[in-house]
Design a binder for this molecule. Structure first.
Ligand code: B12
Length: 218
């Protein structure tokens, strides 16, 4: 099988992001742009690098400092394609999404990645930040006229707040707002129980929201 120069370079780019090699990441991104690869495809490659490192961290095959340098390389690569990304045509209907990490939880790396992925997919995202009480989610969902509220929950005590947020937002918004959850403390079973969406990672989040739109949601 002949592997194209583009495919080889894409793999090298992914590895450079994983290693957190900023200079090599920037050089690969520039080369791929010169070769005519779309900003969206380059974004997918650099994101895969971060997701890979995220998985390694979860499996205890890597440590937090390694993820930090990976994210730095990702951000530097992203900066080179950001303008082009925004101007490329997007697939599907854009939604209004409020995202945040639930009360009692300060983890934000995964949430930030999901936010970036949703934004580059054309959605209008309002990021509340971390440790967000249910009432704040509900007020912002109403003010922003959100189609979707996205909640990140990595610590188990945060699940009480997640449930409360679903309740509060439903009180204010009825069925005009749907939900998507993710993070270590969440699960497909919890999502099923609450009749909301679950995403295992940022790519899955974009796909689930795309499916939601195609099913006629929002
Ligand atoms: C990094 C980390 C930290 C960092 C956080 C830095 C930061 N700015 O976020 C620091 C060191 C500060 C930290 C602190 C703590 N942590 Co911590 N932390 C982690 C660790 C190792 C990795 C998380 C991470 O960033 N992964 C990389 C990202 C890319 O992956 P991700 O988070 O899974 O996100 C992806 C998906 O989950 C999904 N997703 C995530 N959010 C969302 C949201 C939406 C809307 C959607 C659709 C999808 C989605 O998409 C993301 C991108 O692909 C996890 C271990 C783990 N397995 O998760 C423990 C972990 C979450 N931490 C844990 C704990 C206990 C703590 C502390 C309480 C420790 C302490 N005693 O102080 C404190 C938290 C205090 C608090 N109240 O929040 C536990 C939680 C256990 C539990 N069941 O409660 C874990 C699971 C470690 C463990 N195995 O014990 N932590």
């Amino acid at each position: 099988m002949v592997v194209s120069e583009e495919t080889q370079l894409a793999e090298v780019l992914k590895q450079n992001v994983i290693k957190g090699d900023v200079k090599a990441t920037e050089s690969c991104v520039n080369k791929l742009l010169e070769m005519g690869l779309s900003a969206r495809k380059i974004f997918d490659i650099i994101s895969t690098g971060v997701l890979h490192m995220g998985e390694q961290l979860s499996n205890k095959e890597a440590f937090l400092p390694e993820l930090v340098v990976t994210i730095d390389a990702f951000k530097k690569g992203l900066a080179l394609i950001e303008t082009k990304l925004k101007s490329e045509p997007k697939a599907g209907k854009p939604l209004r999404i409020v995202i945040g990490t639930v009360e009692g939880d300060i983890h934000n790396i995964g949430k930030n990645l999901v936010k970036t992925m949703l934004e580059v997919s054309g959605h209008d995202v309002y990021d509340l930040g971390v440790d967000i009480p249910a009432d704040v989610f509900a007020a912002k969902a109403q003010e922003f006229d959100a189609d979707i509220v996205g909640m990140s929950a990595l610590v188990s005590p945060g699940l009480m707040s997640l449930r409360k947020t679903v309740e509060r937002v439903r009180q204010v918004r009825g069925d005009r707002t749907n939900f998507i959850i993710g993070g270590y403390a969440t699960s497909p079973a919890l999502a099923e129980e609450l009749n909301i969406m679950y995403a295992k990672d940022a790519i899955d989040a974009v796909n689930k929201i795309h499916d939601f739109v195609n099913r006629g949601g929002a």
